[in-house]
Design a protein around this ligand. Structure first.
Ligand code: G4P
Length: 533
């Protein structure tokens, strides 16, 4: 029965994003997942060694740049009968709005934290976006084989900074040279660590019951055993109760300690994670809740990758399938374009390879050829059941510049280029009220996006532009759009601008100016994200 196959396929899908600050170990952890899934033979295959990684100077080589983000966008692999989609959230220089938008396609997130550092700026930003959707967040505290911060401190930081509960699934025994393994709270036993494998193979931790004192002393020594007993007692007494429902609503984060490089704690993490997460959940479209198991296909575009091939100005639109089954030969309905279409050259990333596919299911991510018709947030669905998913929010840019064209004869090309690049979502453009297209304010999440903009406007649209940095760092949309911004009391370091949809917003030079404006204008409500529809 087709229906049974559909159910079965969707039931076994898990789609999650990995979030972290650069260098916490996201790539290493992903590699180990693939290793367990049998998708790669040896670690070190996801991306090259640090020395091969692309330096800043390479970044203007856009082909290479796009190559990187394409292959690392999404990976699919099988593990014990499950079909797992991992969404990568690029960091380093390519941190951009795309990084945030990718989180819209995930059903849960794995947050990797460096045990010596705790929460870092990029973790903080990505967490906020996950929290906005209440998706489950699983924390992996990595690099326990190095000197680490006190585990209680780390949990405390997560709870206080992020306002979530934490539930340690295991508890570390020492760290750095003294790292001896973890106490597994479910098994009520320790899993002892040996670094002899250096992570090349699957590691079978040595299991030992807590009651077996002699063996414990042999494995971790009397001093660490005594400390472990005390700490476990504290953890059992003081930590939150385990509550699967709270986990699934992003209110309680299960925390795992381990070492990705040494392959320690990865398999138990993966298994617990798969047990606690659910298959794709319903998504909202207007008043309707779309059942992922429904036979009607639906998907939304969360990322557009421009000009993969210089010869043709083509783009790839990445879609998250929300319900049903995608069939390469069927016609679907593009809601925003108001017409039926076949999605051409559908492809998926299987470990390293990009392959053209014939079918895919709810939970999967597919990339399709885009002749320039899709925008971020668009819905594609079955012709029999037309729906429209809620748009993807616009994320707050943190860098601003004033951009003007140099040659006034090229007004048209400049306007077209700026509009198209903004429509792809690579930059955001803003206007001073009542101004035209000759001078625009550009906002970007990552500063590299400005360089990409200069390059593309010159190479694709033949215009030179003049770009002057602006001191603004924060942006807030005015909640009540019927309010006349001229009536607001604004300080000299705050500017009123409008987005492409004519919505009023304010840009600020510091978080303090936001506070002053709110204090000076009682009743004013500001929003960090702008909901698109
Ligand atoms: P990222 O994707 O989050 O940026 O981090 P990545 O996995 O690239 O890891 C960053 C560095 O941390 C790498 O070292 C990696 O080997 C190391 N690392 C990851 N997990 C662990 C761990 O559990 N323990 C220890 N001690 N190190 C870990 P690198 O020297 O920058 O690169 P490489 O030459 O090892 O590839």
């Amino acid at each position: 029965m087709i229906n049974d196959k559909l159910k079965e396929e969707i039931q076994r899908r898990r789609t999650f994003a990995i979030i972290s600050h650069p260098d916490a170990g996201k790539t290493t952890l992903t590699e180990k997942f693939l290793l367990y899934g049998g998708a790669i033979q040896a670690a070190g295959a996801v991306k090259g060694k640090a020395s091969d990684r692309h330096a800043v100077s390479d970044w203007m080589d856009l082909e290479k740049q796009r190559g990187i983000s394409i292959t690392s966008s999404v990976l699919q692999f099988e593990y014990k009968g499950m079909c797992i989609n991992i969404l990568d959230t690029p960091g380093h220089q390519d941190f951009s709005e795309d990084t945030y938008r990718t989180l819209m396609a995930a059903d849960s997130a794995v947050m990797v934290i460096d045990a010596a550092k705790g929460i870092e700026p990029q973790t903080r930003k990505l967490f906020k976006v996950c929290a906005m959707r209440d998706i489950p967040i699983f924390t992996f505290i990595n690099k326990m084989d190095r000197e680490a911060r006190d585990p209680f401190d780390l949990l405390d930081e997560l709870e206080h900074e992020f306002g979530i509960g934490t539930y340690p699934m295991n508890w570390p025994i020492g760290s750095g040279h003294d790292f001896k393994g973890v106490y597994d709270r479910e098994l009520r036993a320790i899993l002892a660590f040996s670094d002899s494998h250096r992570g090349r193979e699957r590691l079978n931790a040595i299991k030992c019951e807590m009651t077996d004192t002699d063996k414990l002393d042999e494995l971790i020594g009397e001093k660490l055993r005594t400390r472990l007993n005390e700490e476990v007692e504290l953890v059992e007494g003081a930590s939150f109760d385990f509550d699967l429902d709270a986990v699934r609503h992003g209110k309680l984060s299960p925390v795992f300690f381990g070492s990705a490089l040494n392959n320690f704690g990865i398999e138990s993490f993966l298994e617990s994670f798969l047990r606690m997460t659910t298959p794709p959940l319903p998504r909202v479209a207007g008043e309707e809740e779309i059942d992922p198991f429904s036979e009607d296909f639906s998907a939304f575009v969360f990322k557009i990758q421009a000009n993969m091939n210089k010869a043709h100005r083509d783009r790839i639109a990445f879609m998250r399938i929300c319900s049903g089954r995608f069939d390469r030969n069927s016609e679907y309905y593009h809601v925003q374009g108001g017409r039926s279409l076949r999605l051409s050259q559908p492809q998926q990333m299987m470990a390293q390879e990009r392959e053209v596919i014939d079918e895919a299911y709810a939970g999967d991510i597919i990339g399709v050829f885009d002749p320039g018709i899709f925008s971020i947030g668009d819905t594609v669905c079955s012709k029999n059941h037309k729906i429209r998913f809620e748009g993807i929010p616009t994320f707050a840019p943190e860098h601003f510049a004033m951009v003007e064209q140099v040659d006034s004869m090229k007004r048209k090309q400049f306007a077209k280029g700026m509009t198209q690049i903004a429509q792809e979502g690579a930059i955001q453009i803003f206007f001073e009220p009542n101004s035209g297209m000759e001078r625009v304010i550009v906002g970007a999440v990552g500063v590299l996006q400005f360089e990409v903009l200069d390059y593309r406007i010159k190479n694709e649209y033949g215009c030179d532009l003049r770009r002057m940095p602006l001191p603004y760092q924060q942006i807030r949309w005015i909640k009540d759009q019927s309010l006349d911004p001229k009536t607001l009391k604004l300080s000299h370091d705050t500017k009123w601008v409008q987005d492409v949809k004519g919505r009023n917003l304010l840009i600020f030079t510091s978080p303090w100016s936001i506070k002053w404006i709110l204090d000076d204008n009682p009743g004013l409500e500001l929003e960090e994200f702008s909901r698109n529809s």
